[in-house]
Design a protein around this ligand. Structure first.
Ligand code: NAP
Length: 338
């Protein structure tokens, strides 16, 4: 299939599709064949941007991606990160991922712990057991870049991101910035930036001059204070919003009809909410790709279709903002002050 339309990442020479596939959750699928099928479906439906990190899939995501996608290399953009590594225990678990995944399917509480741990070494006990900070110095960046290039079977990374750097990083960043700029000049990375929470990211970007920032953004909480002229990649449009909106409509059934009318969408149809949320995320961010993830090929297809559907109208965008406010008033939104 042909690629979706493309956009240029603001302030860079990179062009890619407005929607990107995130590989963090692919390893929720127990079967390697299913993981491949989902990745291949993203390419098949025209998606050309992919987000990875050495920690994803407990270290298995980058090699899988390299094996499945290296023959598409010239037609895709790849973002990967450095700064969080998988500990030995995590790598050992990764080797037995199939039994682990089957166990998680049978034990939802354990699965929730693993989900939280996916936030990295700062995410509770399980996060500390599985992951460690590998540091943000030039040497650490160099080692991580070499490993990612080998795993991804490529000789360049399009977007190389500091993975959730801590506050205060910027003070010692000169050697790192020199290294990243030298790698960019040598063509081993095409751009670099920071992935992290909006407050810290905003400061880091302003201080060290990165070209790309990758931040969480959904209808409940969209970062507003990022410097202009920097390409923005956003993620998280669906993961929190879909269950909350579903909970809201289950608690207030009359609201479903009212908001179906306001949004001119049939909210009984399970495809409506993800379609609206992604269209809204694309409207909010026109400087770089909107990431999403799914373990289902039909949902990958749905997400790709949102790009072809065209821009969301201002009226729908406004209605969705009002729906988000109504939900915030009625329900606690995790991670957002009420
Ligand atoms: N610090 C960072 O840079 C950072 C942090 C977080 C994430 N990321 C990147 O961003 C990517 C996306 O993040 P995310 O996974 O939090 O975002 P997301 O796309 O907002 O949420 C994913 C969730 O939405 C569900 N979903 C997808 N399509 C759906 C549909 N049509 N209907 C109902 N549910 C649907 C998925 O479930 P199913 O699998 O069941 O479809 C999954 O539970 C990650 O994979 C990662 O690459 C980066």
């Amino acid at each position: 299939m042909e690629a979706l339309r493309t956009l240029r990442l603001a302030g860079t020479a990179l062009r890619t599709t407005p929607i990107g596939f995130g590989c963090a959750r692919l390893f929720r699928l127990a079967c390697p064949g299913d993981r491949r099928a989902v990745l291949e479906s993203a390419y098949e439906y025209g998606i050309r941007h992919f987000d990875l990190a050495p920690m994803y899939g407990l270290g298995e995501a980058e090699p899988l991606f390299g094996a499945v996608m290296h023959h598409h290399r010239e037609t895709i953009t790849i973002a990967t990160k450095f700064g969080i590594a998988v500990r030995v225990v995590g790598r050992a678990i990764a080797k037995g991922q199939r039994p682990l995944r089957s166990l998680l399917v049978r034990h939802p509480r354990l699965s929730r712990h693993m989900e939280v741990a996916g936030g990295g070494p700062g995410a509770g006990l399980a996060g500390r057991v599985l992951y460690a900070s590998s540091g943000f110095g030039a040497e650490e960046a160099k080692r991580s870049l070499e490993r990612s290039l080998r795993a991804l079977r490529t000789d360049y990374i399009d977007i190389f991101l500091l993975h959730d750097p801590p506050e205060g990083l910027v003070a010692g960043a000169d050697a790192l910035v020199d290294f990243l700029e030298a790698q960019r000049d040598a063509g081993r990375i095409r751009s670099w930036g920071i992935a992290g929470t909006p407050g810290e990211t905003s400061r880091g970007i302003a201080d060290i001059g990165a070209a790309v920032v990758q931040v969480r953004s959904d209808i409940f909480d969209a970062p507003s204070s990022l410097p202009s002229g920097v390409a923005r990649i956003t993620y998280g449009a669906l993961g929190r919003a879909i269950p909350l909106l579903q909970q809201y409509f289950a608690s207030f059934p009359a609201e479903r009809d009212r908001w179906s009318d306001r949004l001119a969408a049939d909210l009984d149809d399970p495809r409506s909410l993800p379609t609206l949320l992604l269209a809204d995320a694309l409207r909010r961010n026109q400087t770089g790709p909107v990431l999403f993830s799914s373990t289902r090929t039909d949902r990958v297809r749905l997400a790709a279709g949102v790009v072809s559907d065209g821009a969301m109208s201002p009226e729908r965008h406004q209605a969705l903002r009002e729906l988000a406010l109504a939900v915030k008033e009625a329900l606690p939104v995790p991670g957002v002050a009420s």
